[in-house]
Design a protein around this ligand. Structure first.
Ligand SMILES: O=C(O)C(=O)[C@H](O)CO
Ligand code: MG
Length: 269
């Protein structure tokens, strides 16, 4: 049976961020994820998790200057020091939140740089970060993101992510397989799950309806079928990770809007 985590950056937009923990627990979630914890004290977040019986399953490393459009630093030549400091900061939060996974966003390919230099920077950065994370027993996630949502993002495809992981050569670097992005870029989602999940290199799933990124029961992907595929493959290979619900509720910020849209979860709760 898949385990679902509420993405608190996207779900419950009708509530203040810190109030979303309680709402997720009330709706039956046992795990949560979010993008960035850095505006909140780690002990405040840890207290919310504890008070609501929740497990932190994932958050993102610092992405650079998000307000100026940066989407990660991993592939950016010349920003290595900042990248490494960001990983140290993320690992401190991971320790405080007892979180086993950090998503390391790749970044936008800088204009005018050689593809070989960008790839080399990415591989070297991930290798160094993976060594730091391994000391703490933390896995690093890399996520292919569709270029319509983030034009110019370094990593778009599942096969590229798996090739990069082979090159990085660290056992704690894994793919965050976001089925929303995967469908937009590549399709053939069930076959890709069956191909990649048994490799042991998929650390986390995320879901949303395609194309609007609303609830998973709206759109072109048949999620009940895909959940059965994940269940089936997991039973064979022993995968026991989480599926992050990373979608924008169709009812937006209307009071109760997220909860009202969770009908799709009932058979899986
Ligand atoms: O956009 C996504 O799918 C993510 O998972 C990132 O963490 C945020 O860009
Ligand atoms: Mg995602």
């Amino acid at each position: 049976m898949p385990r679902f985590a509420a993405n608190l950056s996207m779900l419950y937009p009708e509530l203040d961020f810190l109030d979303r923990f309680e709402a997720a627990a009330r709706d039956g979630f046992r795990g949560v994820e979010f993008l960035f914890p850095y505006d909140c004290a780690a002990n405040e977040l840890a207290a919310r998790l504890r008070a609501n019986g929740l497990q932190q399953v994932l958050f993102n490393g610092p992405p650079g200057d998000w307000g100026k459009g940066e989407k990660g630093l991993a592939c950016l030549p010349g920003r290595e020091r900042e990248f490494r400091d960001g990983i140290a900061r993320a690992l401190a939060y991971a320790a405080a939140l007892d979180c086993p996974r950090i998503h390391v966003m790749a970044g936008l390919v800088p204009a005018g740089t050689e593809p070989r230099e960008v790839r080399g920077t990415y591989v070297a950065n991930l290798r160094a970060a993976a060594a730091d994370a391994a000391k703490q027993g933390v896995d690093l996630m890399i996520e292919p993101i569709n270029p319509r949502d983030i034009p110019g993002f370094f990593l778009n495809r599942q096969d590229d992510a798996h090739a990069l992981i082979a090159e990085i050569g660290a056992g704690n670097v894994k793919v965050q397989m976001d089925l929303y992005h995967c469908q937009i870029v590549e399709g053939d989602v069930a076959t890709r799950i069956r191909r990649y999940l048994p490799t042991g290199r998929v650390g986390h799933f995320q879901i949303a309806g395609v194309p609007q990124r609303h609830e998973p029961d709206v759109g072109e992907l048949n999620y009940p079928y895909l959940f059965d595929v994940i269940d089936d493959v997991s039973a064979q290979c022993g995968w026991d990770g989480w599926i992050g619900c990373e979608y924008r509720p169709a009812r937006g910020s209307r009071p109760g809007g997220t909860t009202a849209g969770l009908g799709w979860l009932a058979p899986w709760r």
